[in-house]
Design a binder for this molecule. Structure first.
Ligand code: CA
Length: 424
């Protein structure tokens, strides 16, 4: 039998070659529609497949899913909690049902109308209920750029950076899906020439191009994972925008790190692409020198070749590409991130979100934040119609997109698109 990733697979659904949602992808999300409450869907071409409807028509009876109502929930958490063997069974069965030689849905007009909805007719919700959110800082290019700007270009990386995947605990309550606007935060800042801090809307609102992985299995408090074991706990990945207020950050971050400059909002894409679907896109990571401690050692290809793009659409201008990067640039991979996160016994929960840190590449057009693209505002971006930007303005729309491609197969993430609203 062909694997769900086989490049030769085709669906009876017409799918444009440029679509992110080929039959080899099958990402999971949560949607609602005028005639149905929130539930699990799978993206295929321009459609959403209603997974709960499939179970009602007994098309999952041969699987080891004891309670089909896990697909009739407002988050993926209960499905993810069933574990990787079940994730694989479900994705494999959906792949089979959508193949051009399978008549089960293809030749049943009534069922097809019930289980396939146009994506434009549904609303995508946050895919998971998020107990915990951690943000890493794993791009050496980003850490070097930020260290050069805020500290010392000669010693941009702090002494710990190449020995451990630096991270901090973020705020889960303010993570929102694509399409939900972000309001400009207010806070305390201290202008360079001022003696005392001032209060008001941030003047340096920024995005951070990141990806995040979601854990689908818990660990016991007190237990640790090796980089090899970590993989079995990861359900899939999304695009992630870690909104940042640079002026608030610069004043507040010493000595405990990011706080109100970050926790006012983060945005994520609604479709979770499974780690299984990303398997064909594995690539080697960068050489890690100095050698890492044994608990962080790994083998095999743990980085992923995922093309990433950020666009900015200012009011009354066209959408302009301002950054093209790739997830493969990351110095620390997600196996190492999870091994490090659990090495002290900290437990994982189902639905946790672990963001990568800003994914900057080696060239200036691959920098993943306004901070770096404009070098802290000293080199403004030129947009269409003569518009300039140092940081983001009210009404600006930031869109992030990502896809992997190999052997003619494209596995994409869709987008995370967010408009900035003025401060209250
Ligand atoms: Ca970040």
């Amino acid at each position: 039998m062909l694997s769900a990733n086989d490049p030769s697979l085709h669906s009876w659904i017409q799918i444009a070659p440029t679509s992110d949602f080929q039959i080899q992808n099958l990402p999971f999300g949560i949607f609602q529609a005028p005639d149905r409450d929130p539930r699990v869907g799978v993206a295929i071409g321009d459609y959403v497949l209603d997974v709960y409807v499939l179970t009602q028509h007994r098309l999952f009876d041969m699987l080891d899913v004891e309670d089909p109502t896990v697909f009739h929930r407002p988050s993926l958490n209960d499905f993810m909690a069933l574990g990787r063997p079940i994730w694989r069974q479900v994705r494999g069965r959906i792949s089979e049902l959508l193949r051009n030689d399978n008549p089960e849905i293809r030749d049943n007009r009534e069922l097809m109308a019930e289980c396939l909805l146009k994506q434009k007719d549904v609303e995508m919700l946050l895919p998971v209920q998020i107990p915990n959110y951690t943000d890493f800082y794993s791009s050496i290019e980003h850490a070097t750029n930020v260290g050069s700007m805020f500290r010392d270009p000669a010693n941009a990386l702090l002494p710990n950076w190449k020995h451990l995947p630096v991270g901090y605990h973020g705020r889960a309550s303010s993570i929102v899906p694509s399409g939900v606007p972000i309001r400009r935060p207010k806070g305390q800042t201290k202008p360079a020439n001022a003696e005392l801090p001032i209060f008001g809307p941030t003047q340096q609102l920024d995005f951070e191009l990141e990806m995040a992985f979601i854990t689908g299995q818990p660990t016991q408090l007190g237990s640790s994972l090796t980089p090899e074991e970590a993989e079995e706990y990861i359900f899939g990945m999304v695009l992630f925008n870690d909104w940042s207020a640079r002026d608030i950050q610069a004043w507040e971050y010493v000595p405990l790190g990011p706080f109100l400059a970050k926790n006012f909002g983060s945005s994520m894409s609604p479709w979770v692409v499974t780690l299984d679907a990303l398997e064909p896109f594995r690539v080697p990571g960068p050489v890690q020198d100095p050698k890492v401690l044994p608990y962080l050692e790994y083998s095999g290809n743990k980085n992923l070749d995922i093309n990433l793009q950020v666009t900015l659409q200012a009011p009354d201008t066209e959408e302009a590409v301002i950054c093209q990067s790739n997830y493969k640039h990351l110095y620390w991979n997600m196996n190492q991130q999870l091994a490090h996160h659990t090495v002290n016994g900290c437990n994982l929960e189902v639905g946790d979100v672990y963001a990568s840190g800003t994914i900057s590449g080696p060239t200036p057009d691959s920098y993943g934040s306004m901070l770096e693209l404009t070098w802290r505002g000293t080199n403004p971006l030129q947009l269409p119609n003569g518009t300039e930007r140092k940081f983001l303005h009210d009404g600006d729309i930031i869109t992030m997109r990502g896809y992997a491609e190999r052997n003619g197969v494209r596995v994409g993430f869709g987008e995370v698109r967010t408009e900035i609203l003025p401060a209250i």
